[in-house]
Design a binder for this molecule. Sequence first.
Ligand code: PMV
Length: 316
Amino acid sequence: MTTASAPGKVILFGEHAVVSGTPALGSAINLRARVIVEDLPGRLEIEACNLMLRGFSLDLTTGRVSSPGVLDAIKYVSAVLKEFHADGLRVKVDSDIPPAAGLGSSAAIVVATMAALNKHMSLGLSREEIASSSYKIEKTVQQGMGSPMDTAVSTFGGYQLVSETVHGIDLPEMHIVVGCTEKEHNTRSEIQKVQSLRSRYPDIVEPIFCAIGAISTRAVPLIRDNRLEELGHLMNFNQGLLEALGVGTRELSELVYAARGAGHSLGAKLTGAGGGGCMIALPSTAGSLSILVALEQARGTAFEVKTGGAGMRLET
Ligand code: PMV
């Protein structure tokens, strides 16, 4: 039996602009997906449990139960199994990362499955090979055109600065508050929306991308030197630019403004593709409690995460 785990992520700065090659900064968080692989001669089974189910429906006519979190997890795991011609196995997945929320749940499932199979089947893949195969598989399943942000962060952990290349950066841990809307998001359609704006209004959208890239670059030394107030300003700038790109929603804005209005909040922005999903807020050193309360009062699901956590690893 082999067990592996991989973290979810937050994009701190730079989503969407990164698709066109400007820098974005992402970080691993202390929520993880876990995958157990064991031998099951003559069969191939996937078992998904405790996936932070967000949507769940029962069709009373057919008796079919549908849960997007579970179905997605199974889709991603089976894509990895297919890639490596795996057979004679039972694969169990569980995760504390809310699915379809912009917190890298699918990348974490792909990376953890890959890490567990790598060991169990003695595939001999390096971490870099796991990152690039995971990226390829995630994008094939999503039929997407996104950046390698999610799979890179999940594989390597810590902080990753992604542009045309991926660079791990050594930065200190931060506490961040996450606020989730009820609405799931669709990364692919949000990317398409932004890229279509870009082709219609290149003279407007390119400078926005450029400004977002500048924000990501400026954020790095601020995190290193613990200049949190300035970092909060950058979050607010970034949020304004994401709004300009049309990926904000009323629910996300309500959470962003609720967080900003709470005591001890230094800045807030959506994280990930937008159109639903989650936002993040940066608390001052006085702590997160007032922000958590404000987000819950604004009908969000709120929790605190730590940034900079470990990447994929085998569990004993
Ligand atoms: O929705 P998420 O967390 O997969 O984030 C998407 C971020 C984008 O920049 C819009 C796309 C990408 O792959 O970088």
